[in-house]
Design a binder for this molecule. Structure first.
Ligand SMILES: Cc1cc2nc3c(=O)[nH]c(=O)nc-3n(C[C@H](O)[C@H](O)[C@H](O)COP(=O)(O)O)c2cc1C
Length: 148
C-alpha cells in the first residue's frame, strides 16, 4: 500500500477541512494517508517512508505574503535541506480578493523547487469556502492518488 503524509497549517479550519477531504478521497483510492497538523510535524518527518508528502498552508497577509502562523516556522526550517528528487504535492486555502492569492503556496513551491523537490501535479488552490470546492478537491486528490 502506498503511504502519503499530509502536513497542514490552518487557523480557521479551512485548510484542515481540505486536508481531511484529501485524506478521505485518497483512502478510497487505496492509499494509506496520515494527516498531521504542522504544530506536531518535524522536518525529519519528510524523510520517513512515504511515497509522497503533501503540504497544505493558507495565506495570511495584506501587502506582503504571510504564511499561516503555525506553518511559518516549519517553512523556515525547510531552508538548506536537500530535497533532490523528493516528490511533493501542495495545496492551500486563500481568497482571490487579496493581492497574493494563495501566495504562501507559491512561496513554498519556489523554496522547495530551489532545493531540488519534484512536484506531483499542480498545486491545489482553494478560493473561499472549501465546502463549496468539493469537486475541485476530489478531482485533484484522485489524480494525485492515481499517479502514485
Ligand atoms: C487578515 C487576513 C489576511 C488574508 N490574506 C490573504 C492573502 O494574502 N492571500 C490569500 O489568498 N488569502 C488571504 N486570506 C484568506 C485566508 O487565507 C482564507 O480565509 C483561508 O481559507 C484561511 O484558511 P485557514 O482557516 O486554513 O487558515 C486572508 C484572510 C484574512 C482574515
Amino acid at each position: 500500500m502506498k503511504r502519503v503524509l499530509v502536513i497542514y497549517g490552518s487557523t480557521t479550519g479551512n485548510t484542515e477541512f481540505v486536508a481531511h477531504r484529501i485524506g478521505e478521497i485518497m483512502a478510497n483510492e487505496g492509499v494509506a494517508v496520515e494527516l498531521r497538523d504542522v504544530v506536531n510535524a518535524q522536518i525529519s518527518d519528510l524523510f520517513s517512508e512515504y511515497e509522497l508528502i503533501i503540504l497544505g498552508c493558507s495565506t495570511w497577509g495584506e501587502e506582503d505574503i504571510g504564511f499561516q502562523e503555525d506553518f511559518e516556522s516549519f517553512y523556515y526550517g525547510l531552508s538548506e535541506v536537500d530535497f533532490t528528487g523528493k516528490p511533493f504535492a501542495l495545496f492551500g486555502c486563500g481568497d482571490s480578493g487579496y493581492k497574493h492569492f494563495c501566495g504562501a503556496v507559491d512561496e513554498l513551491e519556489d523554496r522547495l523547487q530551489q532545493q531540488g523537490a519534484e512536484f506531483v501535479g499542480a498545486a491545489l488552490k482553494i478560493d473561499g469556502e472549501p465546502e463549496e470546492a468539493l469537486e475541485q478537491i476530489d478531482q485533484w486528490s484522485s489524480e494525485i492518488a492515481a499517479g502514485l
